[in-house]
Design a protein around this ligand. Structure first.
Ligand SMILES: C[S@@+](CC[C@H](N)C(=O)[O-])C[C@H]1O[C@@H](n2cnc3c(N)ncnc32)[C@H](O)[C@@H]1O
Length: 224
């Protein structure tokens, strides 16, 4: 993690690039104006992620998010009404998540945010191992995966912003995606959803793909 480190700044934990002060620090902020705007104006069940998760009417499945990252997708799934158990294996990213989650829980006066927080949990660990060891009574309806994808194939105009490049430097590539997908498919009661960039090759066994503007959500059904 050369040049990168965590520090406390204005009441929050941030990941900073100490080699390049121009790079904006990264933090987990469930109360950011962008996320709150998305929550209030940009969520509906016709969106690709919701369709891939099979969310219709009042369906509120139990989702195991095996690649929590900065927690945005977990938060959105909880906002859709899902109960979300999210895992992150990087100790630094997990600290950022815990910090953001504590600030979400401490926020008062917004019942919807309190409900979302109560449906979410973040844990530190390698999801491959956790999924393999899950007793049937804890099996999720859905396993959701959003692994770090190799850069090759990405167009120059779609290069990630500097903050995300820093995140990529911290995490690298997720090399064990195949093991993770196999463990997810063995553990999920109903389906597995994998978020992939649009330039990613089509994988085997995908029952249906739901395309968004920057990513697609590949859905695998149990037992197929
Ligand atoms: C692309 S990011 C996920 C972003 C996330 N969906 C969000 O909305 O912020 C991938 C994350 O998954 C984590 N990860 C990858 N494989 C994992 C595993 N087997 N167990 C736990 N975390 C994993 C990586 O450390 C990284 O933080």
């Amino acid at each position: 993690m050369k040049g990168l480190g965590l520090e406390r700044e204005e009441g929050r934990l941030v990941l900073r690039d100490f080699d390049d002060p121009r790079v904006l620090p990264l933090s987990v902020d469930f109360l950011s104006p962008t996320l709150l705007h998305r929550l209030r104006h940009g969520l509906n069940k016709s969106q690709p992620m919701a369709r891939a998760l099979g969310l219709r009417g009042s369906a509120a499945p139990f989702v195991f998010d095996a690649t929590a990252g900065l927690g945005v997708d977990a938060f959105i799934m909880a906002a859709y009404g899902c109960r979300v158990r999210a895992f992150e294996r990087s100790p630094e990213v997990f600290q950022l998540l815990e910090d953001g989650y504590q600030r979400l829980r401490a926020h008062e006066g917004d019942e919807r945010l309190s409900e979302i927080a109560s449906r979410l949990s973040f844990e530190h660990g390698n999801a491959v191992e956790i999924l393999r060891a899950l007793p049937p009574s804890d099996a999720p309806d859905i396993v959701y995966l959003d692994p770090m994808y190799p850069e090759e194939g990405r167009s120059k105009s779609a290069l990630p912003k500097k903050g995300m490049q820093m995140f990529r430097r911290l995490i690298g590539e997720d090399q064990d995606v195949n093991e993770l997908l196999a463990a997810a498919r063995a553990a999920a009661r109903e389906r597995v959803v994998v978020k992939r960039p649009l330039y990613a090759a089509q994988g085997d066994g995908v029952a249906h793909s739901f395309e968004g503007k920057t990513a697609r959500f590949d859905m695998y059904l149990r037992g197929r």
